[in-house]
Structures are given as C-alpha cells and as structure tokens.
Unconditional design. Structure first.
Length: 143
C-alpha cells in the first residue's frame, strides 16, 4: 500500500525502538506499529492514529503522508527539519466509530520543542477507503 520508499525507510530506521512502542499501547514496536510502518493496513482508526504518532517520533514522513487522505494531505512535511521536537507520549482519550467507514479519535500528544513542554490536543477524523484507514483532518478543542 505505501510503496517501496516507505518500506525501505521503515526498514532502515536508525532510531528504531527495541522495546515498547512509542504509541504507548504497551506492546512492543515489532508487534504494534512496525507492521503498519512496513505496509500492513491498520485495522482500526485508533491503530492508524497510534502508528502515525510513532511515525512522527521516528521521522517517517513518507508514512505520515501516505496515511493522510489525499484531499487534505499537504505536499510535504519535512520532518527532518523538526529535530528540535522530542515526542514524550500519547494518550488516547476517546475513540468513536461514526459508521463502518468514518471514525473519530481524540488524543493528547506531549512533546518538547527546544526544552519547552507542549501538548497537542486534537479530535481527529478518519475515513476508510478501499479497506484502508486515512487521517482526514482534526479540530482542537478548548482545554
């Protein structure tokens, strides 16, 4: 699904975690997000959300873009320029299936930029096309 360049990027990660997955599922990376990063389809919108968070942690820009719906996908992200960002954790607050092909995932991602702690609270919309989940867009609730 994601093409050869994404697979080779995922296979050659230099910062690949060896124990628990960065998405905080409690599973190992090898049994959690790695198969998705290597081309397996996410079974749920939450699994896709977690794999996208892990992809940000690992700078897997091709994966993030490939899992973004084409109608809302940016042309590029350039995560390599984002080296000052240190991802600290992901909390899934709520998931909701609207119907078989539409879902919402509310999450909080914690990170630091140049030593300053930040948090991203988003309600993300996901859509399933041809049995593949895609991130569509998100809104930012007032905290």
């Amino acid at each position: 699904m994601y093409g050869e360049s994404q697979l080779s990027d995922a296979n050659s990660m230099k910062n690949k975690p060896t124990s628990t997955c960065a998405c905080e599922s409690g599973k190992s990376y090898a049994s959690c997000c790695e198969p998705l990063h290597q081309g397996q389809s996410a079974q749920t919108s939450e699994a896709l959300m977690r794999s996208r968070y892990s992809a940000y942690v690992l700078n897997l820009e091709d994966y993030v873009l490939a899992t973004w719906h084409p109608d809302t996908r940016p042309a590029r992200l350039d995560l390599s320029k984002d080296e000052a960002t240190k991802w600290l954790g992901l909390q899934i607050k709520h998931t909701s299936n609207i119907d078989a092909d539409h879902a919402i995932v509310e999450f909080i991602a914690r990170y630091k930029v140049n030593g300053k702690a930040e948090r991203l609270h988003e309600i993300s919309r996901f859509i399933r096309l041809n049995n593949h989940w895609f991130y569509l867009d998100g809104s930012f609730p007032e905290n």
